[in-house]
Design a protein around this ligand. Sequence first.
Ligand SMILES: [Zn+2]
Length: 260
Amino acid sequence: MATLVTFHAHPDDECINCGGVMRKAADEGHRVVLVVATRGELGEVEDGFLDPGEDLTSRRVAETHAAAEVLGVARVAFLGYTDSGMMGEPTNDVSGTFWTAPVEEAAARLAAILTEEAADVLTIYDDNGGYGHPDHIQVHRVGTRAAELAGTPRVYQATANRDSIKAMQAAAQERGEAPVGPPEDFEIGKPEAELTARVDVTKYLDAKRAAMRAHASQISEDSFFLAIPDEAFGFAFGIEWFIRAGQGPGITETDIMAGL
Ligand SMILES: [Zn+2]
């Protein structure tokens, strides 16, 4: 039995990026710890969604705990920074945001958790944070440094397979369907040649989707995540992709907890 610490920028990122490997690790008897840098303060919410007097931040914290339960998480921790908003927004520079946090300081906060948990495996994001969101890029920088500070042996960068997304979009276009997923000029994930781990999480798709559903303030029933048919959901979310520094070239691993 080992400990997996999975580090994310905002509530809901955990289930989209790593929901499958989290549930898989928990089912296999490992301890799963979720660390979220911010409480997703800048998420958008439809008018009337929140109860009178309720603020979005506390709703998102409650949603994170509900999703964590679905994913078999033993402990949820927030690093205490605030959401920086999308790249280029004036909110990027507000004091207290994760983007403005000195890497060394934020890494020390995460490293304290890694040390306390004697983490065997840490997941972070790729160096572009998957799609360029400042808080996601910061997860890469802070996570990399925290693993150095704590001596965490295995670090996996969660990412998306850009080639397979493009192929899926091209196939949909050929069938005459409306494009799904990110627009063509949106740089998402990494080319397949840079990926080193491919984890099949098909068995855990129900949990992954249920965890997304727990983040109802951000992921509505008519969103791409919840509205697409089960089969298409399986294609889009049935494989979780990672890069582990020093591995490869090519896919050399199919389980981030292998051998533990
Ligand atoms: Zn995010």
